[in-house]
Design a protein around this ligand. Sequence first.
Ligand SMILES: [Zn+2]
Length: 323
Amino acid sequence: MNKERVHRITVPTPFPVGDVHMYVIAGDRLTLVDAGVKTEEAWQQCIQRLGEIGYRPEDIEQIVITHHHPDHVGLLDYFPHAPIIGHPKADPFLRRDRSFMDKYVRFFEEFFSECGVDRRLFSQLSKEGRSLRYASRRAIDIAVTEGDAVPGLPRWRVIETPGHAQSHIALYREDDGLLIGGDHLLLHISPNPMMEPPAEGETERPKPLLQYNESLEKMLQYDIARSLNGHGDDATDIPALVRERLAKQRQRAERVLDMVKERPHTVFAVCQKLFPTAYEQELMLTMSETIGQLDYLEANGYVRKKQEDGHYIYEAAGVSVCG
Ligand SMILES: [Zn+2]
């Protein structure tokens, strides 16, 4: 069968994760999947590598984004002619209009205060915006969700894989099991299940670690031969990767359960113990990881939470604290 070729383009990022990969699918429409970071260096490398595979930037006919994080959407501005295809939940993060950003900050101020976060760290919330200078500001032109075909790529289907981001999707080519997996199946690091506010029209906050675990298990339903990832090497043994990820996560949750068994904790108190130095600089990352483990323990009946003086306190479910 005549298959479209898939080419990899790798560009540097200023983030600790290092390089990010983009992919070019030479299908009915020349499609770029993900778009690096917005730096001159990334743009120059992108042009050079496109040239090596025989294309110019203006040849790109459409861009699919696997999720909305800055290291995947940075160069969108450099392809103004190309429509953007992605999950509808990526759209507000790409547009970043005032009312959305205000709501975002308000959500986290309230949520972090319920988690017992030291107020002096709230200024970090505006710093979160610093990474946005590496992102482009566009809108989703063509929204795709679970099971959709990608326009111009009839062999590829969209698989929703929420967890690392609410907007996360993977692209799957059924006839040979090739997956373009974004940050869902990274080989050497476990992607952080990032906290996000409830989406438009929803009232409950998402529980990203529970979603991530589900999205991992969902991968076992497909016969994936190879996952081309957003960072690092390709993944080939998906069942082994899924098992390893889930086992490591349970180990982390057990550590948290041991803390909570000793005495009830706020989310922030757990966070400080898990990440004694990193929490000050990386509040959003470390709190996302912490709340994820507590959500997992709560969903499985190991801990319960109660509200006390405006804070959530987590206690071990089997232990009667009041005697
Ligand atoms: Zn990401």
